[in-house]
Write a protein that binds this ligand. Structure first.
Ligand SMILES: Cc1ncc(COP(=O)(O)O)c(C=O)c1O
Length: 404
């Protein structure tokens, strides 16, 4: 039986990762497509999960979040937010940041509301907006000509202002950003904050890569800018922070009227999040400071980034240097690859890279609206959240098969 709702959900199609994971396996390619770590989580994190299961944390959790986790989150985030967070009223634990996105949008966006999405985006944003009856409005990051740094990809403020109208309700930002690796600078955030206040917008700030930053680039939080705490929902993810994407533990931090809206949606989505893994993430956060873990996380990824950056530069795939997250965009303009079909160029290039070069990348048009997907024609996305051995294997193949 089909229905308009089923048709709407089906219209999102399958995700780009389904195709490229299958293609990569078929061609025995080195898979730098989907962004999940292929190395084990830290021992202290796994140990915390083992202990949580063994000590009886196996029944439904408190809906808004298991006490040990919300207390640990309040302890970690209060200093970085510059305010004493109330663990019981200002934090909601979600089934990964993906549910945080969905619950925030379900809780705050009404049918007919418009939501500003900055492209390229994490692909759950438009789906979540449409399922809430909202309308996504797409504003692409515009790279400066010859951009070699993620910082050179910026929102055109005039373009953003022109898209605003009384129906605009929410602005979604992602910093550090997937897939460009951009960290939105304080100056850029201040401009966005001013626009949000002028137009009375809420801001969803997706900060899942908050602890993965490079070259000492400061990660500035929208919620800490003047006048922004009141209108910002900040999302985080244990999947990214502790290399446990399969655990699906995330959180939303906001003032109480906003967390209440998120919670009202959340209570009908998962109702509660897995108890033992919340206990484990709480225990892990309690140890991050003494272990200097968050600093080491960035250092580990920066070394991985540099392996891949060097290889990409060597083979004539000019990279956009990321300052955060674990992705690198490359410029494929000069690749001498056949594009015989009507499919978008980036899709054909990424298939060719998988089949002929033996390394899988993701075509970024999946992270653009149909109206702007042409902007992705000459780019491809590689991830580097992989073991050094896998990154070296990818580098070897790129050097062997691409160097002219
Ligand atoms: C920008 C962004 N937001 C959210 C998520 C999802 O986070 P989680 O795995 O916690 O649902 C991802 C995962 O790739 C992401 O890249």
């Amino acid at each position: 039986m089909s229905s308009p709702a089923a048709a709407r959900v089906q219209s999102f199609g399958t995700t780009v990762f389904t195709e490229y994971t299958t293609l990569s396996l078929e061609h025995n390619a080195v898979n730098l497509g989907q962004g999940f770590p292929d190395f084990p989580a830290p021992d202290f994190v796994i140990e915390a999960a083992r202990a949580a299961l063994a000590t009886g944390h196996n029944q439904y959790a408190r809906g808004a979040g298991h006490p040990r986790l919300v207390n640990a989150l309040a302890a970690v985030y209060s200093p970085v937010f510059g305010r004493e967070l109330n663990p019981l009223t200002q934090i909601v634990v979600t089934t990964g940041a993906t549910e945080g996105i969905f619950a925030t949008i379900q809780g705050l966006v009404d049918p007919g509301d418009e939501v500003i999405l900055i492209e390229p985006f994490y692909d759950s944003y438009p789906a979540s907006v449409i399922m809430a009856g909202g309308t996504p409005i797409y504003i692409p990051l515009r790279p400066a000509p010859g951009a070699t740094s993620a910082a050179d990809w910026r929102v055109d403020v005039d373009e953003l202002r022109a898209a605003l109208n009384p129906k605009t309700k929410l602005l979604i930002i992602n910093t550090p950003q997937n897939p460009v690796g951009k960290i939105i600078s304080r100056e850029e955030l201040l401009t966005l904050a001013q626009i949000a206040q002028e137009h009375d917008l809420l801001v969803l700030s997706d900060e899942v890569y908050e602890w993965i930053t490079y070259d000492e680039t400061p990660h500035v939080r929208m919620a800490t800018l003047p006048g922004m705490w009141e209108r910002t929902i900040t999302l985080g993810s244990a999947g990214k922070t502790f290399s446990v994407t399969g655990w699906k533990i995330g959180w939303a931090i906001a003032p109480e009227p906003l967390t209440h809206a998120v919670l009202m949606a959340h209570q009908w989505i998962p109702f509660a999040v897995t108890t033992p893994l919340q206990e484990a993430v709480g225990a892990a956060f309690e140890q991050v400071e003494e272990r200097n873990y968050l600093h080491e996380l960035s250092a580990m990824y920066q070394a991985k980034r540099d392996i891949l950056l060097t290889a990409l530069n060597d083979v004539g795939l000019p990279p956009v240097t990321p300052h955060g997250s674990y992705f690198i965009l490359v410029d494929t303009t000069d690749l001498d690859a056949p594009t015989p079909t009507d499919d978008p160029r980036d899709v054909q290039i990424c298939r060719w890279l998988t089949r002929e070069i033996g390394v899988t990348a993701i075509p970024p048009s999946a992270f653009y609206s149909a109206e702007h997907s042409h902007l992705a024609a000459n780019i491809a996305r590689f991830c580097f959240c992989k073991t050094d051995a896998i990154l070296e294997a990818a580098a070897t193949r790129l050097r062997a098969n691409l160097r002219s």
